[in-house]
Write a protein that binds this ligand. Structure first.
Ligand code: CAA
Length: 380
């Protein structure tokens, strides 16, 4: 057992760090203020190979491992969690799912442009009345010969307007419960598919979150992912991996908060010395650093398990649960250490604090992660 990153991993982390510092940091406050999608920056992330990191090179991906993905996610999330959620959804919910469960034709048609970052994808599970209780899908996909007729509404969809390809969960056979759910690949522009209102959010304000409406959308049968009725399992499997990505995002928000707060505490003087020399501040930083390191270990362990082809569902839930708590904790402390400066936009930490909250909610709330973890304990 060793804890040293490989030279390749260090290179990927450093590339992501440079990108975050040089390309994301300069406009991040403006994008957050005006809820502006980071289109240019996402395009550059595609050029760097960050939009399909784990996808095989034969499908235009970067052919990297999950460890590389979480290292890049942490660096990007330190600065811009709006950009990193676009990256995370595209990588782990859309590309990974298509590569693992898609047909060769689906990979050629949809995965290739998604993995290169030419287009963006969205994952559509949540509904007005189906969030945590994800089996209660009201959206229907009625079997109609060579196609399905899709009707319903999806809520809080990340990349809702900027995406071109949507993985949509819908109920085909109500009698079969969750075993009657399918996942369909829906293209923007299909007749009857409408992007609804954009949500005004507390955090990750640069990412575009929308409701989506489907009215008698004809989706060809060849656009179904997996066997008939595989949709719910597909969503669960994909979300297990996705939770590693969101855990890495939360870790980045936490470690970014620590970095901003440490820098500030070294520069800011009060009562005749830098505030880092006051124990009240120094101890806060020590606790933040310890929790950040613990979260990093959980995130890397979950990523490593996935790369080894070993079960990782429990560990990804643990990583997300803990890293998102640390993101909240560390970002609140970072604001406190900054005092009045922490409460204004210029010093970045108030944004990190607002961005942190969503990591306890999306891709399964903290309570859902506890359900997943405790079910493992009950059955071990
Ligand atoms: N892998 C494979 N199959 C799984 C699975 C997994 N990880 N977890 C559950 N399943 C299967 C079960 O085996 C079961 O199938 P069978 O009956 O055939 O055995 C089926 O799924 C239903 O499972 P449960 O009976 O456990 O269902 P449940 O309703 O009791 O609970 C849950 C499931 C874990 C609570 C689940 O509903 C869940 O994870 N909810 C949260 C949903 C969520 O994370 N939403 C996030 C939205 S996406 C998002 O946020 C993206 C974004 O924009 C950033």
């Amino acid at each position: 057992m060793h804890f040293e990153l490989t030279e390749e991993h260090k290179m990927i982390r450093d590339t992501a760090r440079d990108f975050a510092q040089n390309e994301l940091l300069p406009g991040v406050i403006e994008r957050d203020t005006h809820e502006k999608f980071p289109a240019e920056q996402v395009k550059k992330m595609g050029e760097l190979g960050f939009m399909g990191m784990m996808v095989d090179t034969k499908y235009n991906g970067s052919g990297m491992d999950t460890m590389s993905y979480v290292l890049a996610m942490e660096e990007i999330s330190k600065i811009d969690a709006s950009a990193s959620v676009v990256m995370s959804v595209n990588n782990s919910l859309v590309c990974w799912g298509l590569e693992k469960f898609g047909t060769e034709e689906q990979k050629e048609k949809y995965l290739k442009p998604l993995a290169s970052g030419e287009v963006i994808g969205a994952f559509c599970l949540s509904e007005p009345e189906a969030g945590s209780d994800a089996t209660s899908q009201r959206t229907t996909a009625i079997d109609n010969g060579d196609h399905y007729i899709l009707n319903g509404t999806k809520n809080w969809i990340t990349n809702g307007n900027s995406a071109s390809v949507y993985l949509v969960m819908a109920q085909t056979d109500v009698e079969k419960g969750h075993r009657g759910i399918n996942c369909l690949i829906v293209e923007k522009g299909m007749e009857g598919f409408q992007v609804g209102k954009k949500e005004e959010k507390l955090g990750i304000r640069g990412s575009d979150t929308h409701s989506l409406m489907f009215t008698d959308v004809k989706v060809p049968k060849e656009n179904r992912l997996g066997e008939d009725g595989f949709g719910f399992k597909f969503a669960m499997k994909v979300l297990s991996g996705g939770r590693i990505g969101i855990a890495a995002q939360a870790l980045g928000i936490a470690s970014g908060s620590l970095e901003f707060a440490t820098k500030y505490a070294k520069e800011r003087k009060a009562f005749g010395k830098p505030i880092i020399e006051h124990q009240g501040v120094a101890f806060k930083l020590a606790e933040m650093a310890t929790k950040v390191e613990a979260a990093r270990h959980l995130v890397l362990k979950a990523a490593w398990l996935k790369d080894q082809g070993m079960p990782f569902d429990k560990e990804s839930a643990m990583a997300k649960l803990y890293a998102s708590e640390v993101a909240m904790y560390a970002s609140v402390e970072a604001v406190q250490i900054h005092g009045g400066y922490g409460y204004v936009k210029e010093y970045h930490v108030e944004r990190l604090m607002r961005d942190a909250k969503i990591t306890q909610i999306y891709e399964g709330t903290s309570e859902i992660q506890k359900i997943v973890i405790s079910r493992f304990l009950a059955n071990e």
